[in-house]
Design a protein around this ligand. Sequence first.
Ligand code: FPP
Length: 260
Amino acid sequence: MWDKLFKGDTTPEKAAENPLYQAVNRDRLPRHTAIIMDGNGRWAEGRGLLRTAGHTAGVSALKQTLKVAIDLGLPALTVYAFSTENWKRPHNEVDFLMRLFTDQLAKEIDEMDADGVRLRFLGRVDDLAPALREQARAAEARTKDNTGVCFSIAMNYGGQDELVRATQALAADVAAGRIAPGDIDAAAIEARLDTAGLPPVDLVIRTSGDLRLSNFLLWQAAYAEFWFTDTNWPDFTPAHFVEALRDYGRRERRFGGLKK
Ligand code: FPP
């Protein structure tokens, strides 16, 4: 029922009227939501389709999810699109995904820009094919002054790899005498992560039944709440997202302290 109510309203006034969003406690929204979009392959295989059809179907789920983030004014949404480990997949699937990223970025950039989205890419973007790398950097540059949701796409991303790169950057700063070893604190590390400037991850959503983090935002998710669903990513709807946000709003977070 809720799915039928979802239109992707882009003005706050219109969005506020959408019954889908009425149940959301807007005072308790996550500052940063991170999504592991898992189960595209299983979705396709369950329908006798090629795995790549699952990735194509996953794009629609992602667009709807981003619309919810825009409608509700979420500050930051990050999705795991391709990990440093995903290169182990068959060539044709990797090629398909890279083409899908290129095509979708080209197709959606105008609308995302018009919706005030700030795009950002996390991971070893410089190691991607030159055309995709340039496209990603151009999209970041074009949307950098937007004031809406910060939408980050983790592409060729691994949490351990990100920490290795941050550590190398710190070591280089120490070696050059720019900082002393004793100056290295949490803020110095965060400033060298791909997510520098973004709020910590408050909520991690993972679809498709597996209960693990899979090398995603290891540092940033230190105190994140988790929300899991057995639903495969292509079947993830705005209603699922709203359910996750409602659940998050009811959680008591203590950050290692005691109940208030
Ligand atoms: C995980 O499902 C999904 C991926 C590795 C790719 C995610 C990509 C998309 C949803 C398309 C996003 C598009 C843009 C433009 C960012 P899986 O293949 O691991 O599924 P399985 O576990 O069932 O095999």
